[in-house]
Write a protein that binds this ligand. Structure first.
Ligand code: HDE
Length: 754
């Protein structure tokens, strides 16, 4: 019988972490699972380059996985020792004088252990403290040697190892994943010209135009200093006080209030370099470039109500999602696209391309795909890799250069500086995850935590005692683009920086009506948490510059009259080139992956038809979905006369809002066990309210009748009720899940017309 039960359990070869008991098991304490060969090479540069340089892309050093594995520790079958390697006889009892006597100061074993423990934490990142990372590779799909000498782009098919970290901005290290916030999207390319960090966000613009304002912005959005509240939220007085006094933040505010700020998954969001950068080719010619990452899985978001609830049930929602999908072999993938344009084009735009509160609409400069990013390996140790990884906007390589964006200038300074206090000194580049694959050779010496043992007596240049080494790379090294600069020193910005509203309006006008409503709702929610009426008023008077279609409903939602419009710094702005841009709406990024990696709950009980449950699970898993059996309790659902189903999850530990869709299979006795369960009612209501697909088979219609205000009696978009589970039912359900949300559904089941 045990075999029969085992055979009946859902099994999905592609979902190791979810279902394959063997793969899901933790390795024996201390043991290390070696990467399969194709994984290791997938994320490394060509092995044949390891023995000396054979061309541009030759890397004298080891590939990244080799670099990290050389410091991996395998404790299996080892005796426990102190940090000095002294074997420890007893790890349970401290040394005392006599039985029950005082502990002794000379217990160096206890003291070493406690001292190390006392210092286990390092300061968290001042912003972007909460995050998750993964290893992978970047593959060039379009050679760009004509416009950049960055060898990452030198030839089609070339792979460069990467480490990527996604993050929220405002919350502390232990805060929830689903806060309304900007997401960091930072990629470290371990290129053969040294490390290049593209430290971007999932929103293409920023709040401020100048680094000078960054500490103010961060102080305003972080928990208020007197009582340290609220955590991971912008919905409070100080944030709105600041931004309502900073009209340049208006464009960013619209993005932040849009569904972009509550992504469904890190795997389902875009990334942007934000600033305009430069590409420079071998001849020293330069073009401007903007970086866009677009996920293959499409761009998908949560609903606010869902985000709030998820943060309670699973604060690690995004971290878990990233980890589990990579473990299961469904490697997330993004396309890198570039907008490339010239100085002459830039001069003629109605906005300044060096202003980080502006995008370059795709109607003006199309995005051209040039590569792909694949994340295929989870870190072995969160602290050693994800926490200690040090991204830096100043880490660029030959072929890439900065522009005079005044926000970027401050970033070039800030990142190295912050690592010095966060990682304890200037040698953080020696931490394995930060080490370049192209080894560092210079005369920098000493400092806290130095690992490298430099040999010889020469640590200066020029020298003759060391044979002149290390020597300058000359034309092969990094050469700054020789931009002509003239004019006086002053604290003034170019004129176009004074226009703050046209692109905010462009963004709003480019959204679907559902997205516009979500933006309005988000403003209403955030401002309803602001306790000072003058701040609410000022924000709305600012937003009137964008559109009264935005400001009006917000004022209404807050029960206040529409205030006067805030005077703008540029009363006669230039005519914008575009009034609507398709790619600003999430509707443009549905993705092509169908139900792949989507989480589907099948609600089961002792009354469920086991055969049908197994059939549904198999069919959905064949299409790449992650299926979980959710029951009133976990474990075996003893069904008299049938094989028992083994439930993965309970209604209590896995509520409906954690899933993308739900199924209730057919069963006996009108499925009374589910129909009478109040948690099933919650489950259905939330799936309904969050506009997700619902499939009810056979007797499941009684569950829908009894719950959720008689859903079975109504024809509701995305709710499928069928007596049988045949190919047509499966197909309709799969398209309903792939559609993601059914916004044509009433918010309240009672309002759904029959
Ligand atoms: Fe950052 N930012 N930032 N930032 N930023 C940091 O660096 C800073 C900005 C971004 O996963 C810090 O190592 C200044 C824009 C990401 O480790 C710090 C300014 C964009 C991450 C810092 C900005 C970003 C950071 C904190 C304005 C999008 C997380 C810890 C001049 C293009 C990287 C650290 C990771 C982190 C400074 C503005 C993205 C303090 C001064 C614009 C993704 O150095």
């Amino acid at each position: 019988e045990t075999e029969a039960i085992a055979a009946a359990m859902p099994y999905n070869v592609n979902k190791g972490s979810e279902y394959d008991a063997e793969k899901a098991q933790c390795p024996m304490a201390g043991a290390r699972i070696d990467q399969p060969a194709q994984l290791a090479t997938g994320s490394t540069l060509s092995e044949k380059n390891n023995n000396g340089k054979t061309g541009e892309s030759a890397l004298p050093g080891k590939a990244l996985y080799g670099q990290l594995s050389s410091v991996q520790q395998n404790d299996s079958e080892q005796v426990m020792t102190t940090n000095q390697g002294v074997p420890i006889a007893d790890n349970q009892n401290s040394l005392t004088a006599g039985y029950g006597g005082p502990a002794l100061l000379k217990d160096f074993i206890l003291r070493e252990k406690i001292t190390h423990f006392d210092h286990e934490r390092i300061p968290e990142r001042i912003v972007h403290a909460r995050g998750s990372g993964a290893h992978g590779y970047f593959e060039c799909t379009r050679a760009l040697a004509d416009i950049t000498c960055a060898t990452v782009f030198s030839e089609v098919g070339k792979r460069t190892p990467v480490f990527t970290r996604f993050s929220t901005v405002a919350g502390e290290r232990g805060s929830k994943d689903t806060a309304r916030d900007v997401r960091g999207f930072a990629v470290k390319f371990y290129s053969d010209q040294g490390n290049w960090d593209l430290v971007g966000n999932n929103i293409p613009v920023f709040f401020i135009q100048d680094a000078m304002k960054f500490p103010d912005l961060v102080h305003a959005v972080k928990p208020e200093p007197h009582h340290a509240m609220p955590q991971a939220a912008s919905a409070h007085d100080t944030f709105w006080d600041f931004v309502s006094l900073m009209p340049e933040s208006t464009h960013m505010l619209l993005w932040q209030m849009s569904d972009r700020a509550i992504p469904r998954s890190y795997r389902m969001m875009q990334g942007f370099g934000v600033h305009t950068f430069r590409f420079v080719n071998r001849g020293g010619e330069s073009v401007f470039v903007k970086f866009h990452w677009t996920p293959k899985a499409g761009v998908h978001s949560l609903l606010w109500d869902e985000a709030v609830k998820i943060s309670g049930a699973d604060p690690d929602f995004h971290r878990r999602d990233l980890w589990e999908t990579i473990e299961s072999g469904e490697y997330p993938e993004w396309e890198l696209g570039l907008q490339v344009f010239t100085q002459e084009q830039a001069d003629n735009f109605s906005f300044d391309v060096l202003d980080p509160t502006k995008i370059v609409p795709e109607e003006l400069v199309p995005v051209v795909p040039v590569g792909k990013l694949v994340l295929n390996r989870n870190p072995d140790n969160f602290f050693a890799e994800t926490e200690q990884v040090a991204f830096c906007a100043a880490h660029i390589i030959p072929g890439i250069d900065f522009t005079n964006d005044p926000l970027l200038a401050g970033r070039i300074h800030s990142y190295v500086d912050t690592q010095i206090s966060r990682l304890g000194g200037p040698n953080f580049h020696e931490i394995p995850v930060n080490r370049p694959l192209n080894p560092a050779h210079n005369n920098q010496r000493d400092g806290m935590h130095r690992q490298t043992i430099h040999r010889g007596r020469v640590s200066y240049e020029p020298n003759s005692l060391g044979g002149g080494c290390p020597f300058q790379a000359g034309q092969g090294g990094f050469i700054s683009f020789p931009e002509q600069i003239e004019g006086p020193e002053h604290r003034i910005k170019p004129e176009k920086f004074a226009e703050h509203f046209l692109q905010a309006r462009l963004f709003f006008d480019s959204q679907s009506s559902v997205e516009q409503q979500h933006i309005i709702d988000a403003f209403v929610f955030e401002l309803s948490k602001v306790t000072v009426p003058a701040v609410r008023r000022r924000t709305i008077s600012l937003l009137r510059n964008v559109s009264d279609k935005l400001a009006g409903p917000i004022a209404q939602g807050l029960g206040m009259p529409l205030p006067d419009i805030m005077p703008s710094a540029m009363p006669n702005p230039p005519q914008p080139e575009v009034a609507q841009s398709e790619k600003l709406s999430l509707c443009a990024f549905k993705g092509e992956e169908g139900i792949k990696t989507r989480k589907i709950a099948i609600l089961v009980s002792q009354q469920s038809h086991v055969g049908q449950v197994i059939e549904i699970s198999e069919k959905l898993m064949q299409q790449g979905a992650v299926v979980r059996l959710v029951a009133p309790h976990i474990g075996l659902q003893n069904n008299p006369g049938e094989i028992s189903l083994d439930a993965d999850a309970s209604l209590e530990n896995s509520p409906g809002f954690l899933f993308d869709a739900m199924v209730i299979a057919d069963g006996t006795d009108e499925l009374t066990q589910l129909a009478s369960n109040v948690m099933v009612d919650d489950f259905i209501r939330e799936q309904y309210r969050h506009k997700k697909a619902i499939l009810a088979l056979g007797a499941a219609k009684f569950v829908l009748q009894k719950n959720a205000i008689g859903l079975a009696e109504k024809k509701t978009p995305g709710v499928l009720i069928s007596d049988t589970f045949d190919a047509a039912t499966l197909n309709s359900f799969v398209s309903a899940v792939a559609k993601d949300r059914h916004f044509d559904r009433a918010d309240n089941p009672a309002d759904q017309t029959a």
